[in-house]
Design a protein around this ligand. Sequence first.
Ligand code: CO
Ligand code: CO
Length: 311
Amino acid sequence: MEDKNLIVGIETSDDAAVYKINDEMAAIQTLDFFTPVVDDPYTFGQIAAANSISDVYAMGGKPTVALNIVCFPNCLSIDVLGEILRGGADKVIEAGAVVIGGHTVEDDEPKYGLSVMGIVHPNKILKNFGSKVGEDVIITKPLGTGIINTSIKGGMASKKAYDEAVKVMATLNKYASEIIANYNISACTDITGFGLMGHGYEMAEASGVTFKLYKDKIPYIKEAKEYAEIGLVPAGAYNNRKHIEGKFEFRDTPEWMKDILFDPQTSGGLLVTCSKEESSKIIEELSKLELPSSIIGEVVTKQEEGYIIVE
Ligand code: CO
Ligand code: CO
């Protein structure tokens, strides 16, 4: 669909729709919901909300209003739903937004998420393309939550791996987004279901460049390596790989690292490109946050080998 005020639509597979209200303000609209990734209902609520709100940050916006989306079986105690909603509400409050009701339907399997509206100045929208040759590539959270979630479901994850994954998934991209807002970011997205490779591919392809990634610089949850090596890799990782087959190249990259690079992330970090002058300043500020950020590569002219080269 087209509309003169629709600044970001569906064409570029961006994180959210952006609709211009006037010259000073545009509305960002997004929604996301999914089945529980952890057993604890409060924690699940926090993760689902952090994930839903993330697309607003990925567009450079501030979340304002959220509505709950709930599917819930009548065989479960209503207290469980109360805890999910409390976890979600706490994250919305932390984001500086308000949650005002929502909609619930009965379903065999619980599902939860939010529809979120955010606001942004029309000149400050961060799109998922625009990366320029010579820039650095930054990510703001470690990878591996899909692998850890698979290990949790299989009863194989250690307490430490569980805690780390929960921290990564429940952390709002707010703090990283507030830092990068002070710099000239050429492109931004959040890393979710398509993994670093999928979202990185989208950004590089739409920008007409290649991302050269340094495999030794990519942050990941430590246990993800061990679990990937014994095959605790979600099916989504293989689908992500198949989806962009022939459009990337690995040089001396071990299998477990490939799994981590294709691992679908729940509530992953921001993927950002910016000039080399600014990237070190950004990293210096990001390093004060709780989760590891890193310059993971650089933007080079489009290479014959593909849109992403990992070496
Ligand atoms: Co997104
Ligand atoms: Co989304």
